[in-house]
Design a protein around this ligand. Sequence first.
Ligand code: AMP
Length: 450
Amino acid sequence: MKFRTIRGTKDILPNEAYQWQFVEATVRRIFEQFNYREIRTPMFEETALFARSIGELTDIVSKEMYTFTDRGGTSLTLKPEMTASVIRAYIQHNLGSSAPLTKLFYISPMFRQERPQAGRLRQFHQFGAEALGSQYPEIDAEVILLALSIYKAFGIEEVTLKLNSLGCEKCRPAYKMLLQSELRKVYNDLSPDSQHRVEENPLRVLDSKDPQDRAATTNMPLIKDYLCTDCQTHFQELQSLLNASGIAFEIDGRLVRGLDYYTKTAFELISSHLGSQDALAGGGRYDLLTQELGGKPTPGIGFAAGIERLLLVLDKQKLFRGGSPQTSVFVASLGNDMIQNAFEIARRIRLAGISAEMDFHRRSLKAQMREADRQKVNVVVLVGGDEWASGAVLVKDMRSGEQHNVKVAELIEFIQQIVQAQSDKPRDSRNESELSIQGLSTKEHGTSKI
Ligand code: AMP
């Protein structure tokens, strides 16, 4: 039987994992610059949490969630997004009691049963932030700046910020009715998906990418033109803050986002490097959500960004820095009766905080040297030969090619110096002759222990 990853999921193999580590480290650094603190929540929650917050009629809840009943009969769902879980934790642990503003960030897998395609998976990963406690547009501006700063930190400059306001409980219901009545007039020209949405979720008809829907809805009223004074002021103040910070944006009256809980600000960051799934990140304000989930009324705003899509852009733009970690020292042994000594030397090197590897195939010295080269180590320590008989080992600096006879008692300090000296210099390519240990007696010596 052959087992494979489930459709829409991916293994992150060692040669990719370092890219993830690079991404996560950069993301954390920027979150910390903006004073956000990490939160980690369980992979699954009660289904009702997501149904209640994201909205029963959204695509996520109605057709994409991984929902199952556990053995106790409780309906559970693998988290399809993080905001609901963060708010649940915020309420449960009373996080708002210790500070007027709670700034949280996360990096986590998410699960949605969507049709897999480039940039769209069933287990994908997001980083994101939530700021809870302020109703003012300056925190909206900060969250947007935070998201943009992360892409900038990677060297990604070409990101388009799309902005809209979705109104609030005061202005949206009247607009929704107006939109619905206008949509009913063009009902027959809409795609079947959009026809369903006219009664259930009419705002979503506006962000349909289907050309048929686009054509039918060109003259539809847009929420941004029907905002109450409070929402209008908020939207204008946000725009002037962004302008003052030199942040370019496009107002997109059709941007509605796929989740029900948004109020006022909604935004998306788009990359031209991504093809049809071009959203790098999306976010918005959700002033009613905490109350809706049983907490004290608490305004909030946040964003979520896809890591796989960020990786796609980094790859396309060749923006990865650094490389996968490499071992510093290879301990080669001359003959099988030296294996135990090589094992002990490697152990001591690691105890000193330096990474070390040895041969586990009882290979010839030549093969061990080739292996050391393949692993691009800085130093080879050779255990055996005449040196070993006199309480020493041969140390080869793989950058300079220099060899040193070093007393075992002084070995760690000696290696530390070489590794330190090499750490800032770029790696040279080596040639075949450097793979040999010069002047080495191949005679194997006794079994003296270190
Ligand atoms: P959303 O929570 O739907 O607003 O998504 C926020 C971001 O997460 C998107 O802009 C994408 O970058 C990413 N994302 C959402 N769904 C997926 C998916 N199925 N596969 C990969 N990335 C996704």
